[in-house]
Design a protein around this ligand. Structure first.
Ligand code: GRG
Length: 300
């Protein structure tokens, strides 16, 4: 293994461990009433997941010299929204899945009503921690962060993308329609993770923000293209969730719309686009470029 790879693995492991501790602290304790809901919220959020969104927030925060304590909160807020989306997405009324992160899904381990409430409560907690901790020196900046996450999670972001996804099952989408769906369903939250991380620090200019946004958009879409490739190409054991589900459910994916080789090429083009977007930052963006590589070259 090369030194740069070893360094990246160590950094990633460090942020993941830090986020596990932070999330455990920020989530209500399992013994606090209502015990079932709190235990299920912890089940949905802890001990699992790659923590890609907090990793992106930390990497972007390095550019603006953001304090780690702020990045933990911003990363946790995005991760809680992500965890909520997975819980709801797995429910019988949506994707109807029984396996997530190698464990039974929340509605299987608990029950459907609890899964619904877990998602609701995780979403509320995300905005609670984002608003009750000081994340910026100017209140206006912190409001911008709250708004960024709200838009990304809402009907013009993730929830809207999910609606398009549900409605498009069994229909043939064109590549631009598919891109529109994925930019919203998956890309919006990934983009928010990068922006929130950057906004936790002070050293930012408008032009730098634009460059970072270009990176975030490329990485957000790349993440979904790779997810589609892995769904078609990897095993359930490797993924920790049911593989091959998209085609079984008749869902349009990059693989079904453009084919596996073209989807792989697209992921690679987006990786290059992401790297190009942060080229001007030089060595300061080395975590961001390594994360773009990780997101596109991952096997799970
Ligand atoms: C229910 C409002 C609502 C939205 C759900 C994101 C989403 C929308 C559904 C998840 C379904 C899915 C498999 C989407 C593909 C991309 C994705 C978000 C994969 C899972 O994210 P990872 O790989 O998961 O970051 P881990 O477990 O590592 O955190």
């Amino acid at each position: 293994m090369k030194i740069a790879e070893t360094d990246f693995q160590a950094w990633m492991g460090g942020v993941q461990a830090r986020m596990e501790t932070a999330l455990s602290r920020l989530l209500p304790a399992a013994h606090v009433a209502p015990v079932k809901l709190h235990a299920a919220m912890r089940y949905a959020s802890l001990e699992g997941g790659k923590r890609v969104r907090p990793l992106l927030a930390f990497a972007a925060g390095e550019l603006s010299e953001a304090p780690r304590e702020r990045l933990e909160i911003a990363g946790a807020a995005v991760e809680l929204i992500h965890a909520y989306s997975l819980v709801h997405d797995d429910m019988p009324c949506m994707d109807d899945d029984v396996l997530r992160r190698g464990k039974p899904t929340v509605h299987v381990e608990y029950d459907e009503a609890t899964a619904l409430l877990v998602g609701d409560a995780l979403q509320s907690l995300a905005f609670q921690i984002l608003s009750e901790n000081k994340l910026a020196d100017q209140p206006q900046r912190q409001l911008e962060m709250v708004r960024t996450l709200a838009v990304a999670a809402g009907s013009r972001g993730m929830a809207g993308g999910q609606q398009i996804d549900l409605d498009s099952t069994g229909s043939a989408l064109t590549p631009p329609e598919l891109e529109f769906m994925h930019i919203h369903k998956t890309g919006a939250l990934i983009r928010a993770a990068v922006l929130l991380g950057f906004l936790c620090g002070e050293k930012i200019s408008e032009s730098e923000k634009k460059q970072l946004d270009r990176y975030a958009k490329a990485v957000g879409l790349a993440f979904q293209v790779v997810d589609d490739v892995l769904d078609a190409d990897a095993s359930t054991a490797t993924l920790g969730k049911t593989a091959g589900k998209d085609s079984k459910q008749g869902k349009p994916t990059y693989v079904s719309v453009v084919g596996l080789p073209a989807a792989r090429r697209m992921a690679e083009e987006l990786r290059q686009e992401a790297r190009e977007a942060v080229r001007d930052f030089g060595g300061r963006a080395h975590r961001l470029t390594a994360l773009a590589d990780f997101i596109v070259l991952r096997k799970f």
